[in-house]
Design a protein around this ligand. Sequence first.
Ligand code: F6R
Length: 247
Amino acid sequence: MALVSIFPTAEAAAAAVAERVLAKVSAEPDAVLGLATGQTPRKVYARMVEACGKGEVSFSSATTFNLDEYCGLPAAHPDSYAAYMQRELFHRTDFSPANINLIDGSAADEKSEASRYAALLRKQPVDIQLLGLGVNGHIGFNEPGSALASTVRVVELSEETLHANLPTLLVLDKVPERAITMGISDILRAREIIVLATGSAKADAVRRCLEEEQTADCPGSYLSGHPNVQWFVDQAAASKLRNGPRA
Ligand code: F6R
């Protein structure tokens, strides 16, 4: 059974996620963090930056693994997820560059880049995995149709994702059509999973993940098979749950 916490605002949900991550790193400074990009976790990262700046926490012994990366974009490209992570978190905190694991979207051989990343992940299981949720129920870039047993691989992005991610681009005028992503089975190997979903656009996906049977049509529904997953949602994202939003 997933634990679901519903907050009055997106800000409050993000603040609670940030406190969970900060508590984890304070208790286990060498924790392995699985990180997501996108609009949703930005306030989580802002709070982590603040806490580090005030000396409340140090990330210098922590290790990170990002979930995914667009194919074809070098790390320095402003629209790469590597650049997003540097902007939002890494450049503004004391994470050690040696402990930051990112997928190289510009690798000439994408399959061997996926294998390289899978091997790294096998060596260092994730302690706490932060996830956002796609409007179509994707987690990482595991689009509808992804298998439960999927591992790190090259994927084609769905039309819904290409559309949803368009407004997030800084330089490109078209979302890259392919990406490398951790698979569902990689995500489920994390010891603890935190899902942050906010806004009414996510309400359908949240309901499907929490109230429907596990199905490849909604990859986030596979999370219900994990023993330690907590959902942090705001009232808008919770608005289609059977019992409605509860503060
Ligand atoms: C990002 C990722 C995606 C996003 C999801 C939600 O690394 O893996 O699954 O978490 O697309 O994106 P936002 O937060 O922009 O709505």
